[in-house]
Design a binder for this molecule. Sequence first.
Ligand SMILES: *Cc1c(COP(=O)(O)O)cnc(C)c1O
Length: 229
Amino acid sequence: MTHIKNNLVQVKHQISQACQLANRSIDEVLLLAVSKTKPSAMVEQAYHAGQRFFGESYIQEAIEKIEQLSHLTDIQWHFIGPIQSNKTRHIAELFSWVHSVDRAKIITRLNEQRSEQDTPLNVCLQVNISGESSKSGIKVNELAELAQLTDTSSHLTLRGIMAIPEKNASIASYQKMQQLFQQLQQQYPSVDTLSMGMSSDLTVAIAHGATIVRIGTAIFGQRETIANN
Ligand SMILES: *Cc1c(COP(=O)(O)O)cnc(C)c1O
């Protein structure tokens, strides 16, 4: 308990320092606690330490945790992992946000499947900013079209863009994301989110305009090295 609580205090302190350095208000940056591979008991500990926003990457695991924690009614779940088209219904039904949307088919399916819910699903388009073939995400030149498709989908709200810059990515990748974010914001009033920054790069991400940082390891500890997580 104290261990997760202390980690949260530590991470918030880091976020606060990064905001100060960047001359930004701490209120501009939301901390998303990435709980993938970690048991619901740990999520609950973070919850009792005041954390409300949680990110999950694997749908099956997320379904179980969301069910186990359904008594914590004000948790907000964000899906941040690769999306298979046969899993979109779970995302549309169980999550408030999805950060990893990367193709038209997914947008269409999420929009249809969200129609039964009262509130639109908040969507970020994932941009493959480092140009790595191994990472998912759209190319920069696909952004305009997919942003428009999302914006015209009545059960979705276009909130912004997300990236996972590669390890030791150059500053140029962060600058590029900030520039794309600002351009998109000018075009769409609903856009307010640049989801960028993880345990090891939150300071540089905040310096380049990140509004959501997705932090796993620094809160919950190292993950087992199964799969690519
Ligand atoms: C796992 C993961 C994170 C958290 O990474 P850490 O380095 O553990 O902070 C953030 N974003 C995405 C998309 C992830 O898959």
